[in-house]
Design a protein around this ligand. Structure first.
Ligand code: FAD
Length: 464
């Protein structure tokens, strides 16, 4: 069993960093430690030996150097929205909460993101300068890890993935060196951090490309966001209409078909969370077939891009057992989709604490924009996803809820491996070939990992 971090080790760390750096422990720091040890999900949540709160890049680097030299395992934490920023009492969490910021260069159309800056803060700062970048739908997600792990965006078809926006980074590597990552100095590392960046180092700063708001197809910086609600019993006719709508690339629709039981009534329903990019006044046209079905609720309107994820803010709450069950797909199969609804029904019957769980099919009628460079990211052929939000409260139901999710994913992806792909921001298990596809990609990443992090300071992903 791994050895607990000792008091003398902590003294040593504090001595090296100086008293201005806050170091919290379970014994000494009470509620503040407990609060900071929390994350988006309790799945895999452990209690760390200490939480270190650096305020500067230098302090982050010194912490990494100390940990590497002392053979103390560590994880970085930015927004805390993954299962992987947690570690047991043998290790430390380098919590970047106090090191955060964004500098926008409107002329160059770039933005420099620092430390733990959150997605919403990036979106707001960019909108103020008439631009946006490829962000996802979690306002309080840490922007840097999001970009490093691929970054599936609501603007994929206009901008490409989040990782396609990365131009440069400042990264602390497994030896504690500060590395400038860019095309001229470290092209290999740049390739790697564009999609597999969480496995190569601690990124203190990330420079990303920005896009003028006019690329959204209107002069107001908005996208159309709407919702259509149907009783679950109407799933077949809704799915048939949605199939044609989702396959029609002539109109820029995107969103989720969600099987869920929304509060307060908790009546099982099919909810289409829809978006339209372009002139918001035109949104009624592509969605006409849905209006024609006369849903229980149909609403929508233009929303400034920086607020496009506000309606989903409740999903960002901390605590409980949450997880995304994700698989990238080639198409929407109606029969399989209807089968998954039966799995969802069986799950909420057997595990009533999983009532917040939604089985979601995600689409974008247009493919992601493909960048002009090669990178670790390999999902440019993917515009459909099964993207389940697993959310339950009873620890005893942990395994069972996962089994239902697995069953849903198994049904949707079918037996043919060429029909599906895994997403590195969503999973760290299963064959690596499903996350980093394409000739030579995985071999190249493994070689880069061996070069930059041969002992697995930043996870053993790509080593084992
Ligand atoms: C509600 C919600 C919505 C989401 N929506 C999307 C979406 O639309 N598109 C999408 O692609 N993903 C989405 N995600 C997934 C999310 O982008 C990833 O889980 C992301 O890694 C979370 O970053 P974080 O900083 O919040 O999490 P953390 O748990 O703090 O960090 C995630 C991982 O990155 C490491 N890390 C933290 N900081 C750094 C750093 N500075 N340098 C290197 N590694 C670091 C951590 O050790 C951990 O392994 C969503 C997640 C949630 C919970």
């Amino acid at each position: 069993m791994a050895k607990k971090l000792s008091a003398s080790q902590l003294q040593d760390l504090q001595g090296g960093l100086g008293l201005e750096v806050e170091i919290l422990t379970g014994e000494g720091s009470g509620d503040r430690f407990q609060e900071l040890a929390q994350g988006w999900t309790n799945i895999g949540r452990e209690t760390p030996g200490a939480i270190v709160m650096p305020q500067t890049e230098k302090q982050i680097q010194k912490t990494v150097q100390w940990a590497v030299q002392s053979s103390v395992p560590f994880v970085a934490k930015s927004g805390g929205h993954s299962e992987w920023s947690s570690i047991g009492e043998q290790g430390i969490v380098i919590n970047l909460k106090k090191f955060s910021g964004i500098e926008v260069d409107a002329v160059d159309q770039t933005a420099r993101l620092k430390g733990s800056v959150l997605a919403k803060d990036v979106a707001v700062a960019l909108a103020a300068t008439g631009s946006f970048t490829a962000l996802g739908n979690g306002n309080t997600v840490g922007a840097i890890p999001y970009f490093l792990g691929g970054g599936s965006s609501i603007t994929n078809s206009i901008t490409g993935y989040g990782s396609d926006q990365i131009i440069a980074a400042r990264m602390i590597d497994a030896k504690g060196r500060l590395v400038e990552v860019n095309e001229e100095e470290e092209p290999g590392l740049l390739y790697a951090i564009r999609g597999a960046g969480q496995f190569f180092g601690l990124v203190t700063e990330l420079t990303v490309r920005t896009t003028p708001l006019s690329a959204l197809g209107n002069d107001r910086g908005v996208i159309w966001v709407g919702a259509f609600v149907f009783p679950l019993e109407r799933a077949k006719e809704v799915a048939e209409v949605m199939k044609s709508l989702m396959d029609d690339a002539s109109r820029a629709t995107a969103g989720l078909i969600m099987t869920m039981a929304p509060p307060p009534a908790r009546k099982p329903a099919l909810i289409i969370s829809a978006r339209y990019t372009g002139n918001p006044d035109d949104a009624q046209t592509p969605y006409k077939p849905l209006y024609d079905l006369q849903p229980l609720v149909a609403k929508g309107g233009p929303v400034p891009i920086q607020n496009a994820s506000d309606a989903r803010e409740t999903l960002c709450a901390k605590g409980d057992f949450k997880r995304f069950g994700i698989v990238g797909l080639k198409r929407f199969d109606i029969d399989r989709f209807l089968e998954t609804i039966e799995v969802w029904k069986a799950m909420v019957k057997q595990c009533p604490d999983a009532i917040n769980t939604a089985f979601n099919f995600q689409w974008d009628s247009r493919p992601p924009k493909t960048p002009e460079f090669e990178s670790a990211m390999s999902l440019h052929d993917t515009r459909y996803w099964q993207n389940n939000l697993i959310w339950h409260t009873d620890p005893a139901a942990r395994e069972q809820v996962d089994m239902f999710n697995d069953e849903c994913i198994r049904i949707m992806r079918g037996p043919d491996r060429s029909e599906y792909a895994d997403f590195q921001n969503g999973t760290r298990t299963g064959p690596l070939e499903l996350r980093f596809r394409g000739p030579g990609k995985l071999d190249k990443l493994k070689a880069l990992k061996l070069k930059w992090d041969p002992v697995g300071v930043f996870t053993r992903q790509l080593l084992d």
